[in-house]
Write a protein of this length. Structure first.
Length: 208
């Protein structure tokens, strides 16, 4: 796992600030063919053009890729352990589950007075999912090793979203007491496209 985090002023006056974070996390497993890899990036630039005003733009990207025993290990018809090694992989050796998530956020903070402030932010996001994996099912015959079938699958989907939030918050007196007030609105919209493909069921012998 590697992490880099750098931040600081981008101008001599300090009115423009920046930060970038990089993450690389690769993990192997005691299970054959299983792994988990993650790459991530986060960056933000923040400007303060006037007293009480903050404008920022951030970008976040994350990519995950893995392969694993999705269904776990098969058992005998009576539920007992087959005695296989813990490293045995019961799935598609070259399978994958890949997820990519990208989101950009624009935000504003404006001080209206000592007690009141306006805050608003807009986020656009895109998430893509692509999974290629094998499913195994059936009733195992311990004497022959037959009775199981396998099926290849490919699931894909893409989700895009937009979210907007704006509100005013502050403190004030009402009916002789000090209160905190928040008034605003928020809304979001998302769209999703997806597809699923299933291959034919193929019988196989679990010991041969």
């Amino acid at each position: 796992r590697l992490v880099a985090d750098v931040s600081g002023p981008l101008t001599q006056s300090g009115a423009l600030l920046g930060r970038i974070v990089l993450v690389s996390d690769d993990a192997d497993s005691y299970v054959d063919h299983a792994f988990s890899d993650r790459k991530a990036l986060y960056g933000v630039v923040e400007a303060r053009p006037a007293t009480g005003t903050v404008i920022g733009l951030s970008l976040q990207y994350q990519k995950d890729r893995l392969n694993d025993n999705i269904q776990g290990y098969p058992t005998a018809p009576d539920g007992s352990d087959l005695g296989w090694s813990r490293s045995t992989f019961f799935g598609m050796p070259d399978g994958r589950v890949k997820t990519e998530d990208t989101r950009a956020t624009l935000y504003l903070e404006q001080r209206l007075s000592e007690a009141w402030a306006l805050k608003a932010n807009y986020t656009h996001s895109v998430t893509e999912y692509d999974a290629v994996y094998g499913l195994q099912f059936g009733t195992l015959d311990l004497a022959t090793g037959d009775g199981m079938r396998t099926r290849a699958n490919n699931n894909r989907n893409k989700t895009t979203g937009d979210a907007l939030e704006a509100y005013v918050e502050g403190k004030g007196n009402l009916l002789g007491r000090r209160h905190e007030f928040v008034l605003g609105f928020n809304g979001q919209e998302s769209k999703r496209r997806w597809g699923i493909w299933h291959g034919p069921d193929i019988p196989f012998n679990i010991v041969g």
